[in-house]
Ligand binder design. Structure first.
Ligand SMILES: Nc1nc2c(ncn2[C@@H]2O[C@H](COP(=O)(O)OP(=O)(O)OP(=O)(O)O)[C@@H](O)[C@H]2O)c(=O)[nH]1
Ligand SMILES: [Mg+2]
Length: 505
């Protein structure tokens, strides 16, 4: 009972993209060879795949850090780097993936179902791919992007039709062993079962699955004992069978009290809405009074039967050891399962695999003004612009210029001006933990916005005070430069000379 392995926090890291390379073609008698640097390979993804051979999350409990392979860098002579291998992690049927904040990311049902838990970084373009009419021989290449890294929570939620629930040692595993071909561990100490045992039951021409949920004790819904770990398994089961020990000699225990305790725990358990389950307390329930081979137990069972029936429960008196009452039980459960399945089919079938919600707009970005006075900064947040920054080799001026071009074309400069940034403002690109800081030097200045409306800050006034004639002149010359630059860009784009794949594609 030391380790419980059906819930584990997994740290996944996809492979880095390989760097692109800047290289110049060399050939005898051809001194002016063109750029021939190849692209870096993409990093491998970390992928979860449902494997029917896998039954527990034990492996991930033992080694919770998993990385996929990096992409290889490009090379001269137009050789692209190899793609990094994906890391494929087998998980059992019924694994639910959530973020650390509890949001359901994927509900993995059905052998072969895949979920990309971390996406590999893209390889950087080499200077061959970056060359264009205007940039005939780029002296730079793009860096590979880092792979996605994140923590995910894996939880195993059983996929049985019927859950056998009850106190420890009530005989749940014994019942699974006599109702199906499964051979779970059975013992006379509590908490023998730590992970549910699934068994397939045949009743006439109907088949369904039963699972013995680990023993419940009072307070389980608040996490007592193994608590929530148990109830989690019940979440997907449509029929709950209370297994009640009629032979226990423990003080304070009797069938009616035991049943009340378990019912309270079911009612207190808050399930995961995203799995489309109904509250546990609303599911079909039957009562199985077990150990009727013990004479006093059978007497007790017959004594409480009328009470239970009055409360509306269907009651079965059985013995897992003597194998009595089992046939009636299997057929009764089959009936309830069929009814629950028919009801579920009538409802809208919930989509099983929840796809990771994409960013609102992958290509877009927002500019946020942060702090004030000397701490004032403008933060640009967006997936695409952050990617560009990651791809930039800041030691290479040409690469930095290329980044500036891309940002300008995406409208980042205009947005900064609109947000109130001026030359020399601190601009951050990226989220808190990996932002790159710039002293902003506008290339295409939105002159009108820059010149109007400001001037409340006196320090700024000192720096930028000019006569209105000067301002007007500057405004117009900037405006002209801006228009000219825009036209040039538009012409280039129209002639298809930009080779940026993520731009137009
Ligand atoms: N006499 C009698 N003993 C039974 C019967 N069913 C189970 N037992 C005994 O009760 C004890 C507990 O049985 P298990 O099947 O392991 O009980 P469980 O509910 O799975 O218990 P946990 O896994 O600990 O929650 C074992 O010693 C069984 O042999 C029965 O019908 N009659
Ligand atoms: Mg058991």
């Amino acid at each position: 009972m030391t380790t419980f392995v059906d819930r584990v926090v997994l740290h996944v890291e996809a492979g880095k993209g390989g760097h692109g390379v800047a290289s110049v073609h060399r050939e005898k008698f051809k001194p002016l060879g063109g750029p021939d640097g190849g692209n870096g390979g993409n990093g491998g993804d970390v992928v979860l795949v449902v494997d029917d051979q896998s039954t527990t999350l034990l492996d991930y409990h033992r080694s919770p850090h998993r990385r996929a392979q990096n992409g290889a860098p490009g090379a001269g002579d137009e050789r692209d780097g190899a793609r990094g291998d994906d890391l494929v992690l087998a998980v059992p049927e019924g694994t639910v993936v959530t973020s650390r904040s509890g949001q359901v990311l994927a509900d993995l049902v059905g052998a072969g179902t895949r979920y990309v838990a971390a996406e590999g970084g893209r390889g950087g373009l080499g200077n061959k791919a970056l060359s264009s009419q205007r940039r005939k021989a780029p002296g730079f290449a793009l860096l590979g992007e880092p792979g996605e890294a994140r923590d995910i929570v894996l939880e195993l939620k059983s996929l049985a039709d019927v859950a056998l629930i009850g106190f420890p040692s009530a005989g749940k595993s014994s019942l699974v062993s006599v109702l199906s071909a499964a051979r779970p561990k059975i013992a006379d100490y509590p908490f023998t079962t730590l992970v549910p045992n699934l068994g397939v039951v045949t009743a006439g021409d109907q088949r369904y699955t039963v699972a013995d949920v680990p023993g419940l004790i009072p307070g389980a819904s608040e996490g007592r004992g193994l608590g929530l770990e148990f109830l989690r398994h019940v979440e997907r089961c449509s029929v709950l069978a209370h297994v009640v020990d009629c032979a226990t000699l423990e003080p304070g225990r009797d069938p009616l009290t035991d049943l009340d305790v378990i019912e309270e725990e079911l009612a207190a358990y808050v399930g995961d809405d995203a799995l489309g389950g109904r509250p546990l307390a609303e599911r079909t329930r039957v009562v199985v009074l077990n150990k009727a081979d013990v004479p006093e137990a059978e007497e007790l069972a017959e004594m409480v039967r009328p009470d239970l029936e009055e409360r509306g429960y269907e009651v079965h008196v059985v013995s897992a050891v003597a194998r009595t009452g089992l046939k009636e039980l299997t057929f009764a459960l089959a009936r309830h399962v069929a009814a629950a399945r028919a009801e579920a089919d009538a409802e809208v079938v919930p989509q099983r695999v929840v796809l990771r919600p994409k960013g609102v707009d992958d290509a877009g970005f927002v500019v946020r003004r942060e702090g004030s006075g000397d701490d004032e900064a403008f933060r640009v947040i967006g997936r695409r612009v952050t990617r560009w920054v990651h791809q930039t080799d800041f030691a290479n001026d040409e690469a930095v210029g290329y980044l500036a071009d891309r940002l300008a074309r995406a409208g980042v400069e205009e947005a900064l001006v609109e947000a109130g940034a001026v030359a020399g403002s601190t601009v951050l690109i990226g989220a808190e933990d990996d932002a790159v800081v710039f002293d902003w030097e506008p290339t295409l200045v939105g002159g009108a916005e820059l010149l109007g409306g400001r001037g409340t800050d006196t320090r700024l006034d000192e720096r930028t005070r000019r006569t209105s004639a000067e301002r007007r002149e500057e405004f117009h010359s900037r405006k002209d430069a801006q228009t000219a630059a825009r036209e040039e860009l538009a012409a280039e784009r129209a002639s298809g000379r930009w080779t940026d794949t993520d731009e137009e594609g």
